[in-house]
Design a protein around this ligand. Structure first.
Ligand SMILES: NC(=O)c1ccc[n+]([C@@H]2O[C@H](COP(=O)([O-])OP(=O)(O)OC[C@H]3O[C@@H](n4cnc5c(N)ncnc54)[C@H](O)[C@@H]3O)[C@@H](O)[C@H]2O)c1
Length: 302
């Protein structure tokens, strides 16, 4: 099981360092569960007000008395390592959960006096809506730091998935990258347009995977079927080992996707993000459908 029952974690104050897209959402999440939250950001003047969140004007006042620290500053290894050193100089071995998307906790903890205090708690954007948080220890992360972080995040209603050991990309981004590699291959070969490939995910495997992960999908499809599918298809799948040229060509033109108005698709100010519907979709997915029939029809195809 991914969720465990925990006693109320003994925490009086949570500090969040970095109050951009992720940090603010993480701070709001904990504040909305009644926790006392402090935030500090290098751009202190821009911080919006939110009930239960205290914006601090410097790092020491944000950290003073904090029982746990969530790090959500920009994705630069040297900046994160420098901040972690500063944090340990100020408050010693207080657990620090980094929201990094790409760095292993072992990299973040390198050279620190208290490496055992460091772990990754990887939230997904938008962090107050997407349920998953990946919890990633490195070889010497203290079990007390893991337990405290896990119970606090679970108390806030999140689904915590714990990795046994660190790996680049953790779980979800590795899975996502594998799908994207194959999607780009299909586009490159002219098998289908980006629209058609996206539709196959949105209307096909996507809804199914919202309800059952790959191992349950294999079980329900039949392992003999998946033996045949993997035997036949694995040798034919893309093994590209660098960033695909289909992405690079856009980046070189300054086409960064929705945020610049052009990517694989064109966007304007009126293009609604699917993220705006995400909360409703997740709620629907987690609400059991009342059924009069003894058993709903199950998907069987591979
Ligand atoms: N945006 C996402 O979709 C997403 C998802 C999961 C994880 N992450 C990770 O979360 C972290 C934050 O990402 P984001 O998207 O919120 O970035 P962001 O650019 O929106 O926010 C980063 C904030 O950190 C502040 N900052 C930078 N250096 C600082 C320092 N030394 N001290 C205090 N504040 C500092 C910046 O002023 C900025 O407000 C990154 O590690 C990122 O990889 C992002």
């Amino acid at each position: 099981m991914t969720q465990e029952a925990h006693a109320q974690p003994p925490i009086s104050t949570i500090a969040v360092i970095g109050a951009g897209t992720m940090g603010l959402a993480i701070a709001r999440l904990f504040a909305s569960t009644g926790r006392s939250v402090r935030v500090y950001d290098a751009r202190i003047a821009d911080l919006p007000e939110f009930p239960g969140i205290e914006a601090c004007s410097d790092l020491p006042s944000c950290l003073a008395g904090a029982d746990i620290i969530f790090e959500a500053i920009s994705e630069q290894l040297s900046a994160k390592q420098a901040l972690l050193r500063q944090i340990q100089e100020l408050v010693g071995p207080v657990p620090v959960a980094s929201n990094t998307s790409t760095f292993r906790p072992g990299q973040l903890a390198e050279g620190l006096v208290h490496p055992e205090a460091i772990l990754v708690a990887h939230f997904f954007h938008p962090a107050d809506i997407v349920p998953l948080v990946e919890l990633v220890p490195h070889a010497t992360t203290a079990s007390s730091a893991l337990t405290l972080t896990r119970s606090l995040i679970a108390e806030a209603g999140k689904v915590v998935v714990s990795l046994n050991r660190e790996v680049d990309g953790f779980i979800a981004n590795r899975l996502q990258a594998a799908l994207i590699r194959e999607a780009v291959w299909l586009l490159r070969q002219g098998i289908a347009s980006a629209e058609e490939i996206d539709a196959a995910v949105v209307h096909g495997i996507g809804p199914r995977w919202a309800l059952a992960g790959p191992f349950e999908v294999m079980d329900r499809g039949g392992l003999n079927i998946w033996q045949a599918v993997t035997e036949r298809l694995f040798p034919l799948l893309s093994v590209e080992a660098s960033a695909p040229k289909e992405i690079l060509v856009h980046v070189e033109r300054g086409e960064l996707g929705a945020k610049s108005g052009q990517g694989f698709y064109a966007y304007d100010a009126h293009s609604a993000s699917p993220m705006s519907r995400l909360g409703a979709v997740l709620l629907a997915a987690s609400t059991p459908v009342p059924s009069k029939d003894p058993a709903p029809t199950e998907f069987r195809s591979a």
